[in-house]
Design a protein around this ligand. Sequence first.
Ligand code: SF4
Length: 368
Amino acid sequence: MPTLPNESHTSQQNRWPDWKWQLRHRIKDASSLQPYFQPTPEEEQAISNASFPFAITPYYASLIDASDPRDPLRRAIIPSIAEQYLGSMAQADPCEEDAHEVVPRLVHRYPDRALLLPTSECPVYCRYCTRSRWVGSTAPPINEDSLLNATQYLREHSEIRDVLISGGDPLLLSDQRISHILSSLSRIPSIDIIRIGTKTATALPMRFTDNLVSILRNFQPLWLQLHFCHPQELTAEVIAACKKLADAGVPLTAQVVLLRGVNNDTSILQLLFRRLIQLRVRPYYLYQCDPVPNAMHFRTSVQSGLTIMKQLQGRTTGFAIPTYVIDAPNGGGKIPLQSSYITSISDSEVVLRNYEDLPYIYPNTNID
Ligand code: SF4
């Protein structure tokens, strides 16, 4: 924990675990990064010119290794000049969420699921964010009228049984507001489960106060989808937050975006997924990075993602392996990607290759 200008070490030490202090002291310019590391001239220029806002909590900045210009968290959160390369394939809204916004702040893109966006604010702004067109904007948090319209729509569409609250990061709202939104949704009889997507577990783990955890426990079944990107994020604070949530009975899953130069390496992902299941967090999705403007330099080929998935298979506990997905362009939804393990199939046998690429013949007895 470096000492910040205008703060005595003791005062800062006392306030560091306060999530509101962390939010108030988010770093938004290059010179304020200096207690943590010296940004390069290119980073300074990229921060000044960034079209997608830059912000990082002091806590998350303290995880960056000052001696390593290729530090994975630094690459994921600190703007780079590569953002200026937009790429001809980039789309501002690749999943066509805006086209499926049925009432303000509510997206209905899948038959039985809906997405509620109560805030555009996040503890950090990931440079690969698929909602960078909106996240970090000046849009205010959802107001009461919009919440009422959203819940009215959900009541009228009883086919929706699962609501994901995401953003922006919903857990940056006050405890009272989170409780109110959860209570409004949980009164709708057709909704079976609520999910919250959040980066706070990694970028602001002190957000999980006793009061917030007790609110989350009260609205079960409520699943938390935690956004991770690298094992370096798994600090004592994050471990404590996950333990607190898991002990309170809150089901935890993890979502990870496959990012060139950050985590596109089998050993890094294997370590991350193994550690997550130790924390009772089930790896859920590994996303192919969407072709959004400013994030094209993070994209890997699908083939290299498939190779990583094949290398994980057979070398890791089955439920530590997430599903590798593409969120299809033009609102096509999530499509799972898997190497084919089937070489040929006939009425009598299936020829398969295992994770080591060894062939196996399996009897295909007709029992239909
Ligand atoms: S926390 Fe999520 S919504 Fe916020 S910037 Fe990162 S990826 Fe985007």
